[in-house]
Ligand binder design. Sequence first.
Ligand SMILES: NC(=O)c1ccc[n+]([C@@H]2O[C@H](COP(=O)([O-])OP(=O)(O)OC[C@H]3O[C@@H](n4cnc5c(N)ncnc54)[C@H](O)[C@@H]3O)[C@@H](O)[C@H]2O)c1
Ligand SMILES: [Zn+2]
Length: 668
Amino acid sequence: MNIQDTIQNLREELNQHNYNYYVLDNASISDYDFDKKLKELQDLEDKHPEFFDENSPTQRVGGAITKNFKTIAHEYRMYSLDNSYSKEDLVDWEARIQRVLGNVALQYTCELKYDGASISIKYENGKLVQALTRGDGFQGDEVTNNIKTIKSVPLKLKGNFPEKFDIRGEIILPFAGFEKMNQDLIEIGETPYSNPRNTASGSLKLQDSAEVAKRPLECLLYFVTGNNLPFSSQFEGLDSARKWGFKVPQEAKLANNLQEVFDFIDYWDTHRHQLPYETDGVVVKVDSIRHQEELGYTAKSPRWAMAYKFKSEQVSTKLNSINYQVGRTGAITPVANLAPVQLAGTIVKRASLHNADQIEKLDIRIHDTVFVEKGGEIIPKIIAVDLEKRPENSEVTKYITHCPECETELVRNEGEANHYCPNFYGCPPQIIGRIQHYISRKAMDIEGLGGETVALLFNNGLVHNYADLYELTVEQILPLERMAQKSAENLVKGVQNSKEIPFESVLFALGIRFVGETVAKKLAKHYKNIDALRQASLMDLVLVDEIGERIAKSVIEFFENDENQRIIERLRNHGIQFEIVEKINPNATEKFVGKTFVVSGVFSQFSRDELKNTIEDNGGKVGSSISAKTDFVVAGDNMGPAKLEKATKLNIPILSEDDFIKKLNESE
Ligand SMILES: NC(=O)c1ccc[n+]([C@@H]2O[C@H](COP(=O)([O-])OP(=O)(O)OC[C@H]3O[C@@H](n4cnc5c(N)ncnc54)[C@H](O)[C@@H]3O)[C@@H](O)[C@H]2O)c1
Ligand SMILES: [Zn+2]
């Protein structure tokens, strides 16, 4: 291949990766490999300036605009950052700067590099007016409504702010929130998200801002841009932004020379794992804005800033074997057993392999030497195989075809990543898992009974499903390992007490696939009792607010099953709550009887659920979409434009939150 073709191929390949990464939020190579290829291209282009192309990925910001949002041009361009991987790179950078500025003394602002999705937010007269993604740097997606749902983004500023400016920051998902989201997904049998960055970036592009509001996103700010700004350095800029009400991390430091920059880098290279969010490096910025202006920009990044990337914590180790775990919903998860190795402060023995596709994509084989990385995931993951160390007689991994626990043939539904064991009622880990879920805190909250005891009860033939729990006696339990009179009595008592648990938690406890806590609440509220839910048709179910076809089908399948019907009858005979107990609200009135409301947007004094409850408590109905039957629309902070248009067209009065409260307090 000649040089020109090599360059062309690299450009095409990198463009495809950019698309996967920025548009689909689904990278197909590691960042490390991506950066290596980009560097390779840069080197070739430097050596062969005759093949220069302003559209090369080395010359352009990698992101892209999507078609799902309004495209708007940035008033001030958004740039990327130059990368450095060593302190020598920074020394060279300072020398380049001093060639431009002369031998002036330089101060640097050092900041952490937050790993999320960049955002530019425009404020006018102290009010948030617009938020754009970086897009291709010239124009971005308008995601104002989604950004407004993030609690740390001020809608109104305080203090002495300029009349008009843009502020730049990063939308991130802190580890705790990310893990909670994943825990919720795992609980209902869904595949967890792969890392916080992609999840944050994907969240920005959701169409329904009410969905975005549920995600624990945060916005960390690092740069103010505009005309006539009231500060003359980056460090002062950060401080001003803090005073106007923005969340600007306090870790930023002013360094008086490169040595102090290195100290900052060294400190955070070891302490970054204690931060509540992910950072992949440090950003070093020439502090004086006058100097920044003098230095200017390349096609892709400012000359006055440099990202220093931490070496991602990677180790190589041997893959000894692959285990296949069966979850409570029957989903199969392959797990790699590794030769124990030290990584990011812990000893790693296992790594997630996700699913069959992942194994095939990376061509992971037993006895391979693999690279393991610890990112924002709960357990580390394998990112590549060291092919040079592959043993000669190595064989392609054959994914299992039968359940390792019950030997049933596995199935894989179209469009799903995981294989399933369909032996719902005979596969031990599924049975045990279902009972463990049933007794868990958010479900039936059974005190005196833990996950291990459930397994013990099952293995001793005492329970086969959660209805069996209610027939356990102290005499039956006592002979079990480590079981004393007192604990046996507590167990039986705990089980009996669970008869008080309200219907919505019972519905969650049943463990219907895709029916998590929130969905269970919705269904309980809508149908009021289990018989109404059991008789609901597919059509009927999907009409319930926020219930999609996938959930609806799963509910129907659950109730069609004879075994489930029998178990439910037994639970009913034991006195489990199968209908909602209406709370009597002393503030309830009849003032909204016969009126249908549609609620849209985000509110400051109510959560959406509280607002809906208030309407219902006062006799009104809450509709899911605007139609001729709607009497009022209650509009929060960022009602969707389509809804607004529809309401106006149909001449339906739109109430602000304040209007609604006024109406509520009006005498009848
Ligand atoms: N794996 C893949 O397929 C793939 C594809 C494309 C890009 N990538 C990865 O994405 C990265 C390149 O993306 P990029 O062009 O957005 O550059 P970048 O993420 O390396 O740096 C620029 C961005 O850093 C952010 N940032 C965070 N903290 C900041 C701070 N304190 N000050 C200023 N900016 C801050 C800003 O949003 C800015 O846009 C590389 O790490 C690359 O490996 C990977
Ligand atoms: Zn099985």
